[in-house]
Write a protein that binds this ligand. Sequence first.
Ligand SMILES: *Cc1c(COP(=O)(O)O)cnc(C)c1O
Length: 408
Amino acid sequence: MSEVQQQLPTDGTAALTERYGSVMMNAFGPPKAVFVRGEGCHLWDADGRKYLDMLSGLAVNGLGHAHPLVLSAITSQLSTLGHVSNFFATPAQIALAERLAGFTGTEARVFFSNSGSEANEAAFKITRLTGRTRIIAAEGSFHGRTMGSLAITHNPKYREPFAPLPGDVTFVPYGDAEALAAELDETVAAVVLEPIQGENGIVTPPAGYLDRARELAHAHGALLWLDEVQTGMGRTGEWLCHRPGGEGWAADLITIAKGLGNGFPVGACLATGPAADLVQPGQHGTTFGGNPVAAIAGMAVIATIERDDLLARARDLGDRLAAEITGWGLPLVSEVRGSGLLRGVVLAEPVAAQIADRALAEGFVINAPRPNVLRLAPPLVLSDAQLDGFLTALQGWLHHIGVPQENS
Ligand SMILES: *Cc1c(COP(=O)(O)O)cnc(C)c1O
């Protein structure tokens, strides 16, 4: 433990929660736990309790916590070269950009950011450089909290306190190609969609929807912008969710972030085709984006996913998880949706938050993006035994929730 870490408070959960409440802005409400350490798929809280992380810091820690390869890559890069301004280039940044561009299967250019929202800000600004201003987004969408990414985020609760937001944005029902067709015209700069709507409860569109969206957008000279911040980088068992098996087309604009740095903040906006050449010097920038440490984190993630064949692992484990939960035939479970290790357990009653709280009390981290949806996004390195342990516990919660508790 470093000298500086030794200065950190060592109080228990109750005392730290109180200190948090006095000093932190109340953006997130009271914390559900205070974590002090993570290793592999486990976390430990300030009272020394151990948890299985089935959420991965919200689809971030695909390789779990303190992954040796990420750790050594970051620390060694930091002691070689930690940061220079974007007046200058670094080998790590170039190498990561080349790898990410490669995932598109075509020629692509990259702009690095520090977060998903910022990746979307870059994409939003690029759409303005088409000379058009209108954007079509989807109902139920989530694209981030900055003013631009919020403008294309649907939830009125997030948007309304901050109006006016950058315009002009039209929302259409997600998954409905005809509704999209009806709104498209020659004023539309871009159509922005998530390949799977994560925050909306792991909502998957009908087969062929993204293909149709692309056709429609292109027929009107508009860009197709896919927000893969949550779905990209192996989470759904693919580098990019919308290019299963690396086949097919790549969107004009693709944003990624969450899983890219395994917890080190790094995001990227990828652009293909004519969209790749829209940004000219001076039109966009960032101080930290793509610095060598962030870039090496991304390189380490890619190297580990390849070395350990984790795309296939995410697909297999995700399929097993979905099949087992569905196989229980519980009336409370309507459906398990999603792809790879981004899964939503859809419940027949709005008891998801109750179940997530119960899970936490029993040492499992999951969350409830909707009142009736549990989100499971475990590390791609989850073991079979860890999955089994979780499934056994989940089955118990699903059995007992809503049923009056006789004892306890
Ligand atoms: C999380 C998320 C974002 C925002 O990313 P931040 O890093 O929180 O800014 C944007 N789009 C999608 C689809 C996300 O899931």
